[in-house]
Design a protein around this ligand. Structure first.
Ligand SMILES: Cc1ncc(COP(=O)(O)O)c(C=O)c1O
Length: 391
């Protein structure tokens, strides 16, 4: 009865089973995978957010395939503040970055065409590719005192079926920005091979040093789609509001815009209240980002101070975002480590393979958990390395 593209292995993995069992036991979990900002104890400007949802103009339906102009103008102003010129005409509003990916894959790819994605990276790509009948081909990121794109491998993966290259900037979970030189090189490779570049910049503003890297918008020698949204930017994932911004050579951009317009018009997926509220939501981002970055920096400082007291575990360098990658002894699989850690210590972390790390020995921790929880979780995690039974 069902399409073969949905023949996923839906069996729970060991970690998910262990988590469900732990929850049933009623014991408290120290969740170091927390990524939902609305559950992390931040203070939101609730009055402004809720007031924005009461706009009486929402009682009228104005179908607009790219999204209401007032909402797109607010998104264009966000870019303007970064020195990026973006006409609202080159913006499409979507209900999520995932929806934006789907529209772009439908725009660019025929059945079984290929899209290049970084590895390690964000686990949702596999499902988005399956749903859209696209084949993912992975290009490696290499770690050597920081992450970089393995361009030699990337170029080898390009075939006549390749349609696009995805770059996550900064990447999730590695948290590294593509350097300016890498941005230019990636853009040039895409232009040379007639490929589109899809740059996911949902974490762009969350720079540890306080100065976000340049957007791929400023390097667009190829047709470039920059994705962003308020899930991360304003910590409002429940409001379901994201966008695709088009950059690059005018002719390609025009054609992409006209075709995307038909896709967008077929769904008209954004709700009126959210579109009317988007300018007000965007105005809350500075308050949210300041809290989030202060949390991330405090948790990272604590983690670093504790890591410095032992030798078994280290952390990888990163520039931005909400996650950190730990290097741990690969005496057992990362999944086994994560299951044991949960069952024995009540601490939940993600094994590296969840993000497609090619080797064992990596754990991924979120950095937005409340500071006390995070510190206790880190203490229990690192205590494992002093316990001979764990080595
Ligand atoms: C790299 C990356 N892109 C996109 C998203 C999802 O964004 P949205 O909520 O807009 O679909 C996430 C969520 O964690 C992410 O990590």
């Amino acid at each position: 009865m069902f399409a073969s593209r949905t023949n996923w292995n839906l069996a729970e993995n060991r970690l998910t089973q262990a988590l469900a069992e732990f929850r049933r036991s009623g014991r408290h979990i120290l969740d170091l995978t927390l990524s939902n900002p609305t559950e992390a104890g931040f203070t939101y400007d609730s009055l402004a957010i809720l007031f924005a949802l009461q706009n009486a103009t929402s009682l009228h339906y104005e179908p607009a395939s790219q999204g209401l102009l007032s909402a797109r103008e607010a998104v264009a102003s966000y870019h303007d503040e970064k020195g990026i010129r973006l006409s609202p005409g080159n913006l499409f509003l979507t209900t999520s970055t995932s929806e934006a990916y789907s529209w772009l894959l439908r725009l660019l790819c025929n059945h079984c065409d290929e899209v290049l994605v970084p590895t390690p990276s964000y686990p949702l790509f596999d499902f988005l590719a399956d749903i859209n009948d696209v084949r993912l081909v992975r290009y490696p990121l290499l770690y050597d005192h920081g992450w970089q794109i393995d361009f030699a491998s990337l170029e080898k993966t390009i075939t006549p079926r390749t349609r696009a290259v995805i770059v996550v900037h900064p990447n999730n979970p590695t948290g590294h920005y593509a350097k300016l030189k890498e941005q230019a090189q990636l853009s040039a490779i895409c232009a040379e091979h007639n490929l589109a570049l899809i740059a996911d910049e949902v974490f762009l503003d969350f720079s540890l040093q306080g100065t976000p890297a340049n957007s791929f918008a400023s390097q667009a020698s190829a047709l470039t789609f920059v994705l962003n949204g308020i899930s991360k930017l304003c910590g409002l994932p429940q409001m379901k509001s994201s966008w695709v911004a088009l950059f690059g050579p005018e002719k390609l951009k025009d054609e992409a815009r006209q075709r995307l317009e038909v896709i967008a018009d077929s769904y008209l997926s954004m709700s009126a209240p959210i579109q009317h509220a988007l300018p007000a939501f965007l105005a809350t981002r500075a308050q949210f980002q300041a809290q989030l970055l202060s949390r991330v920096r405090a948790n990272l400082a604590y983690l670093d101070s504790e890591i410095a007291r032992q030798k078994a575990c280290s952390r990888l360098i990163f520039d931005a975002g909400w996650n950190v990658v730990l290097r741990v002894p690969a005496a057992r699989s990362d999944e086994e480590f994560a299951v044991n850690l949960l069952e024995r210590q009540g601490v939940f972390v993600h094994p590296g393979h969840f993000y497609d790390f090619s080797q064992e020995g990596f754990l991924v921790l979120g950095l937005i958990a409340p500071e006390k929880e995070f510190a206790e979780g880190v203490n229990r995690l690192l205590s494992c390395f002093f316990n001979p039974a764990w080595r």
